[in-house]
Design a protein around this ligand. Structure first.
Ligand code: DAT
Ligand code: MG
Length: 149
C-alpha cells in the first residue's frame, strides 16, 4: 500500500493545529502507520531539504524546522501521496485554495505549516530518513471495506 511522509512543522505545533491537521487525514480515509513528536537535528533537516540546498531560503528553512518540535508522520492509503498534496495545498499559503490546510491557516511561504512528500519515490526516501522499520506499524483498519471496494 502507498505511503507518504507528512510533517507538521514547528508553526503548526506552536499554533495548536496538530489535532485539526491529523483530523483531515483521518477523516479522508487514510491510515496512520507512524507518528512522533521530535526536535529535529540540524543534519536531518539539511538532508530532508537537500534538493533546496542552493536556494536562498535554505538556511532560513533549516533554522525554522529545527527551531521547535515537529510531528513526523507516515500515512497510508491508495493514492495518498497525491491526495495529501491536495489536502495540504500550494506551497505559498496565499495562493493555496481555501479548504486546504495551507489555504485555511497560513499567510506566508516560510510558515506554511506542513510538509508532504511530492512523489512516491520521494516518500520512500523521506520515510527511510525519518523513521526506522520498528517505528512503523502496519495494521488493518476495521472500516477498510467501507473505504475501498
Ligand atoms: P513544498 O513544501 O510545497 O513541497 P518546496 O519543496 O518547493 O515546497 O519548498 C520546501 C519548503 O521551502 C516550502 O514548504 C517552504 C520553503 N520555501 C519554498 N520556497 C520558498 C521561498 N521562496 N521563500 C521562503 N521559503 C520557501
Ligand atoms: Mg517539496
Amino acid at each position: 500500500m502507498e505511503r507518504s511522509f507528512i510533517m507538521i512543522k514547528p508553526d503548526g505545533v506552536q499554533r495548536n493545529l496538530v489535532g485539526e491537521i491529523i483530523r483531515r487525514f483521518e477523516t479522508k480515509g487514510f491510515t496512520l502507520v507512524g507518528l512522533k513528536l521530535m526536535a529535529v537535528p540540524r543534519e536531518l533537516a539539511e538532508k530532508h531539504y537537500d534538493v533546496h540546498k542552493d536556494r536562498p531560503f535554505f538556511s532560513g528553512l533549516v533554522e525554522f524546522i529545527t527551531s521547535s518540535p515537529v510531528i513526523a508522520m507516515v500515512w497510508e492509503g491508495e493514492g495518498v501521496v497525491t491526495s495529501a498534496r491536495k489536502i495540504i495545498g500550494a506551497t505559498n499559503p496565499l495562493s493555496a485554495e481555501l479548504g486546504t490546510i495551507r489555504g485555511d491557516y497560513g499567510v506566508s511561504v516560510g510558515r506554511n505549516l506542513i510538509h508532504g512528500s511530492d512523489a512516491i519515490e520521494t516518500a520512500q526516501r523521506e520515510i527511510k530518513l525519518w523513521f526506522s522499520e520498528e517505528e512503523l506499524t502496519s495494521w488493518e483498519p476495521s472500516i477498510k471495506s467501507w473505504l475501498y471496494e
